[in-house]
Ligand binder design. Structure first.
Ligand SMILES: NC(=O)c1ccc[n+]([C@@H]2O[C@H](COP(=O)([O-])OP(=O)(O)OC[C@H]3O[C@@H](n4cnc5c(N)ncnc54)[C@H](OP(=O)(O)O)[C@@H]3O)[C@@H](O)[C@H]2O)c1
Length: 306
């Protein structure tokens, strides 16, 4: 099959469109014919170069958000059938979905939203699972509370805005000014442009800060929280700010969950969650796609199509 591959020494700049061996579905896995694959621009900077067995990986097929059609079943796989339209988050320590086919553990997939095409379905898994887990599992967001979402126009942020709104929270989004229209349209009550407005105006107002940006913004975010509030960041390697013993701080990496994927698909089908696709590229132009997203200014997810 054709796939995009990276080598550790060259990262995104060395991404190559190559012929590779077809994957085989193993124990409790399915083979998915990829229709669309979501990428995160800096995913090759994550610690993915060691597989679960501890061996060094010399190449990586990136892209872990997939939407496609089940083409074959591995030994013992139940609950999915050949021909099912599925979406999900593939194991990040294995070859991903920037390819014509990918082998995925069946438990990491769910039936795709019926009302979304594959391109939009592929924008949901990582963004949706991360936003869900950050807001509701780690952040314990409840109806009537106030959440500040940093990076609200991004793939994770734009999903978090919609989920927080659906949960009945007051939503304050932040980001660059170009995101204001989108974030407001997705349901945020307020938008603070970090390149123009005053973040200080919401000091002490949040029950939860959900951060997707990190750096200096993360460092000063405790001031936005009420006593008893929670600061959740998805910049998993970030230094969590210290200095307040009346707040909780959490940094985490998302996990796959068929139950949560199914719930996200239901919200898409009910019109509560609109997957945000900023650009679509053919698989062969993956390097260009990574570069364009990294340059900033593309809202939502960038999708590759074989
Ligand atoms: N821990 C986890 O489980 C997890 C899961 C998913 C993603 N992540 C990480 O979380 C980050 C966000 O992911 P994503 O997929 O949502 O990325 P994304 O689509 O690029 O979203 C980031 C958003 O933040 C904005 N932004 C970035 N730096 C900013 C700054 N200095 N000032 C104002 N706005 C800024 C971006 O605007 P521009 O487009 O204008 O730059 C964009 O709207 C990435 O670093 C990713 O690797 C972690």
């Amino acid at each position: 099959m054709k796939a995009i591959r990276a080598r550790e020494s060259t990262g995104v700049s060395g991404l190559a469109f190559e012929d590779v061996t077809d994957p085989r579905p193993m124990f409790c896995e399915v083979l998915v014919k990829v229709a669309a694959c979501g990428i995160t621009h800096n995913e090759l900077e994550w610690p993915l170069w060691t597989c679960r067995a501890g061996h060094h990986r010399t190449t990586i097929i990136p892209g872990h958000e997939v939407s496609g059609v089940v083409a074959a079943l591995g030994f013992g796989t139940a609950g999915l059938a050949v021909g099912d339209e599925v979406f999900g988050l593939t194991d990040q320590l294995r070859d991903g979905a920037a390819a014509e086919y990918v082998a995925v553990e069946a438990r990491n997939l769910a039936l795709k939203p019926r009302t979304a095409d594959h391109v939009h379905a592929a924008a949901v898994p990582r963004a949706g699972l991360t936003a869900w887990q950050g807001l509701f599992e780690h952040g314990k967001l409840a109806k009537g509370q106030t959440v500040v979402i940093h990076g609200a126009g991004g793939a994770v942020g734009s999903t978090a805005v919609q989920l927080a709104r659906w949960a009945g929270a007051e939503v304050i989004g932040t980001g660059r000014g170009h995101s204001r229209e989108l974030v407001t349209e997705l349901g945020a009550d307020r938008f603070i442009a970090l390149d123009g407005d005053r973040l200080e105006d919401v000091t002490g107002q949040a029950d939860l800060v959900f951060d997707t940006i990190g750096g200096e913004l993360l460092a000063k975010s405790p001031t936005l929280l009420r006593p008893g509030g929670t600061l959740v960041t998805i910049k998993a390697d970030a230094q969590l700010p210290a200095g307040r013993d009346d707040i909780t701080t959490v940094a985490f990496v998302q996990e796959s969950s068929r139950a949560q994927l199914t719930e996200l698909a239901r919200l898409v089908d009910q019109g509560q969650l609109r997957p945000q696709v900023g650009a679509v590229y053919p698989l062969a132009r993956a390097a260009e796609a990574f570069g364009a997203k990294a340059a900033g200014g593309i809202s939502g997810r960038v999708i590759l199509q074989p």
